[in-house]
Write a protein that binds this ligand. Structure first.
Ligand SMILES: [Zn+2]
Length: 630
């Protein structure tokens, strides 16, 4: 054998060897941008043998896949990630290795791990690259600052005006599709659709605010979901799912709450299995134990969970009752399971299975917008009924229920008081256990609070004349907000505009029929005066919102307070110089209510409340209200 022949044989042997050994194939690349990290999933024929390193200037992550050939297209250009811009190939460091280069916007420490194929064959071997966004994508949000002390808070807000925070958790997402229907409808998409609808209903309710544990199609591990709820100080966590079974027959909705002892039946155990599988699919860290060991002590669990569990069961029963009006129930009582997403010791939590996606009929329903709306309504009504009855301390809902105390003065009868507080004689008698209509001077009466918020509140018709105005939908508007701005009901806006859905588009024109009194307002000459008020920053407020509320500019607030940054802390006090024609006064007439007066003067109800430091929306006939400048 000549030297050349020998070399050829070696090269042939090497390439023969490498083609035999190059068993693995990179079949696909999927990118899931989430708010805090971007996940890249490499789909491979076989388990990945890999190494990686990072480079700077520009920032890159280099991943070497040993003995792998490419069976997909490169480069991948990434548009919607806060950290990743492009995935391309690069010269191989050695034969058979496939080198991927991920071009980054900033440096970060990646987390790489492999995932085994899913039992259903939906996914093959995967290599996951988690790219934390870090500082590169830090969204400037007001810190979850400590609340002002109770005493301080009471001095400022004697009746409490906090929102009730409801965390809505759309199950699954991204890498984890959840259950899959016979015609390939994914649970992760249904849960997100329904969750968004529930959230928009909650956000349309004054005194309530929804936070979502995920906003789009990406994976969030189960601990992270409850952490988010806790960070937002949620009063309740509602996880939305669609059930799945290996046979098509089972159908119907169910609601699950935590039981610390054991899941109490077959399906409960199956569900737990399902959840574990979800963690495996998504590569979460629940199974690795570690930080949640503290929650595994039964003694701790029993103590901390008992309250949340009891309340969770209460909400669950109400939701289930509402669900029974719109869909078939799988179980008529809340079920118990030991699911990680329900394991917040401090937050009452429930998991709603909206139906079986594996049942062909229910799969169709779950995919229909109208059925999704009905389910969202049911969840919302259940939650609302719970908070109407058991409002958390310090919330607007609680102050609405507290009512006020009134000391009877000479000449005051029950009917005078009922009229003054906009309630009825019967309601006052009931609230005070009065047997007769006789009052004593100096007697202290509890005046019952407002009627609880109902899913479709109606306002008493006191119209003197009806005026139709056109409202152009602005960003951030929703039906409830517009209705409250004009002092009308959501139902009336729906009716006036033949709305089939509650979703509005920016720029959409809505007809709003408002009632206005015929009498002319008592207008006195307008003279502009400047007045400085102190505003205490509340949760969810930002400069633009506050500026808007007082009709001033952001720049003027910055100037008045020599602010160096636009970040506000809850409880922070701001001086606001308001230009106000303080001389416009409205005398409340019979049939007046805040929304009506606001409409008449072209101001918002909240500005009316603010200008008059109203603690309640109850007006008394003859009461004088300062009308803020519009
Ligand atoms: Zn699920």
């Amino acid at each position: 054998m000549s030297l050349r022949a020998f070399l050829n044989a070696v090269i042939l042997g090497a390439s023969l060897f490498s083609s035999l050994a190059m068993a693995n194939e990179l079949k696909g690349i999927r990118v899931w941008p989430a708010p805090e990290e971007t996940r890249v999933v490499l789909d491979l024929k076989d388990e990945a043998v890999f190494s990686y390193f990072t480079l700077t200037k520009p920032d890159r992550l280099v991943v070497d896949l040993k003995q792998t050939s490419l069976k997909t297209k490169l480069p991948v250009v990434v548009k919607d990630s806060a950290i990743l811009t492009k995935i391309r190939n690069s010269g191989a460091p050695e034969k058979g290795t496939y080198r991927l280069v991920l071009e980054m916007k900033a440096g970060m420490t990646p987390n790489l791990f492999t995932l085994a194929p899913t039992p259903d064959g939906h996914y093959s071997h995967r290599l996951v690259l988690d790219l934390p966004h870090g500082k590169a994508a830090l969204v400037k949000k007001p810190e979850p600052t400590s609340k002002p002390s109770v005493a301080n808070q009471q001095a400022i807000l004697p009746y409490g005006s906090d929102d009730i925070i409801v965390a809505i958790d759309p199950g699954h997402g991204g890498e984890d599709p959840g259950s899959i229907g016979p015609s390939r409808l994914y649970e992760k998409n249904v849960t997100l659709d329904i969750s968004k609808k529930v959230a928009s209903r909650i956000n349309a309710t004054p005194g309530m605010k929804a936070v979502m544990t995920r906003q789009g199609d990406y994976f969030v591990n189960l601990n992270r979901r409850t952490d988010l709820a806790r960070k937002e100080r949620a009063h309740l966590l509602v996880s939305i799912h669609a059930d799945g079974f290996h046979q098509p027959q089972p159908r119907g909705a169910s609601v699950w709450v935590l039981n610390t002892r054991r899941a109490n039946n077959e399906i409960g155990r199956w569900l737990e299995q399902h959840e574990k599988q979800s963690e495996l699919l998504g590569g979460g860290d629940v199974l690795s134990g570690g930080s949640d060991d503290q929650y595994l002590s039964m003694a701790v669990l029993d103590l901390q969970f008992s309250h949340s569990q009891k309340e969770g069961y209460d909400v669950a029963s109400r939701v289930l009752k509402e669900m029974s009006k719109v869909t078939t129930l799988h179980k008529s009582r809340p079920e118990h399971a030991s699911l990680a997403v329900l394991k917040s010791p401090d937050i009452p939590s429930l998991l709603v299975e909206t139906g079986f996606i594996t049942n062909p009929t229910e799969e169709r329903l779950l995919n229909s917008k109208s059925h999704q709306n009905k389910l969202a309504d049911a969840v919302y009504r259940g939650v609302l009924s719970y908070f109407n009855e058991k409002p958390p301390e310090g919330t607007l809902f609680a102050s609405r229920n507290q009512g006020v105390k009134h000391k009877v003065a000479s000449g005051q009868s029950l009917s005078v008081l009922a009229n003054r507080y906009g309630t009825s004689v019967a309601a006052i008698k009931q609230a005070n256990n009065l047997k007769s209509n006789t009052l004593k001077v100096g007697q202290v009466l509890v005046i019952p609070g407002k009627a609880p918020v109902t899913a479709s509140a109606t306002t008493a018709a006191v119209a003197t004349t009806t005026k139709t105005v056109t409202h152009t939908v602005k960003r951030g508007d929703f039906l409830g907000k517009i209705a409250s701005q004009y002092g009308v009901t959501v139902a009336s806006i729906r009716r006036d505009n033949n709305l089939r859905s509650d979703e509005l588009a920016v720029g959409q024109k809505l007809r709003v029929s408002t009632t206005v009194p015929i009498t002319a307002p008592e207008t006195v000459a307008r003279a502009t005066t400047t007045k400085t008020v102190t505003h205490t920053v509340k949760r969810g407020e930002f400069l633009g919102k506050i500026a808007n509320q007082y009709g001033v500019t952001v720049a003027s607030i910055r100037r008045d307070n020599t602010l160096r940054t636009d970040e506000l802390a809850v409880g922070q006090q701001l001086k606001i110089s308001v230009k106000a024609p303080a001389s416009v006064v409205h005398t409340v007439q019979r049939g007046d209510f805040l929304g009506k007066i606001a409409t008449r003067y072209g101001v918002t109800v909240s500005r009316l409340r603010e200008a008059n430091q109203l603690r309640s929306d109850k007006l008394a006939v003859g009461q004088k209200l300062t009308i803020p400048s519009s």
